[in-house]
Design a protein. Structure first.
Length: 212
């Protein structure tokens, strides 16, 4: 738990209900144990994408497309979102949701390892969301920073790992090794010479960093 139970309940009560498609995706995520973004964090990403007028977005870790949907809905008509996923079943599920959402034209879902895929991209991007394998975060960040426009925003999920990262010990299935890796990544992001970053306790911990 990162926030108190009372805060968590209040946030849930004040959140608008998801539309039918998002509700279906969330149910599938829960049923199939797909780790999807916390709703508060997903809304935060949507608001931030709108606030910076994001037109080009890159994402690592589509899963079945929940975070992708929040980001894609923030794009203008001529916007573009490229999202990488290595699990074929999740990638296929996301494709079907995006054709139903009539967003397939804006969303380029790639069944590809993110490090390989990012290396093929041409910037500039306005927003990047990192949510793949936590041990690969540093590599993904280092590939993405040069592709971001000045003022572009990078968001990273699970940087607090249920509070385990702050406590420096395993909690909720986050192992000691993963906690140590997360702490090293957070230090890397916060001290990166090209980024101005901060860590927020939204969802499972979202790091936000703007390219200088
Ligand atoms: C936490 S889930 C993503 C959740 C999604 N962003 C959401 O909030 O709806 C992480 C996903 O990253 C994918 N993944 C892990 N390593 C990857 C890699 N190297 N390249 C692309 N995808 C990867 C996993 O298969 C998994 O579906």
């Amino acid at each position: 738990m990162i926030v108190t139970d009372a805060v968590r309940s209040y946030l849930a009560e004040t959140r608008p209900d998801p539309d039918a498609l998002l509700a279906e995706m969330q149910e599938r995520g829960a049923r199939d144990k797909v780790p999807i973004l916390d709703p508060q964090a997903a809304t935060l990403l949507h608001v931030l994408a709108r606030a910076i007028g994001a037109r080009r977005i890159v994402e690592v870790g589509t899963a079945i497309g929940v975070s992708t949907l929040h980001l894609a809905r923030a794009l203008p008509d001529d916007g573009e979102l490229i999202s990488f996923e290595i699990d074929r079943e999740r990638h296929t599920a996301a494709q079907s949701y995006f054709s139903r959402a009539r967003l397939a034209a804006k969303v380029d879902l790639r069944l590809q390892d993110a490090a390989e895929g990012i290396a093929e991209l041409t910037g500039p991007f306005d927003l990047a969301f990192l949510d793949g394998l936590k041990a690969e975060y540093t590599g993904h960040l280092d590939l993405i920073v040069p592709l971001m426009r000045p003022g572009g925003l990078i968001a990273v999920d699970n940087v607090l790992m249920s509070g385990a990262v702050a406590e420096g010990r395993p909690i909720d299935g986050w192992s000691g090794d993963r906690v140590a890796t997360a702490r090293a990544f957070n230090d890397h992001l916060l001290s990166h010479p090209d980024l101005l970053g901060t860590i927020t306790p939204v969802g499972d911990g979202i790091a936000l960093a703007v390219r200088r």
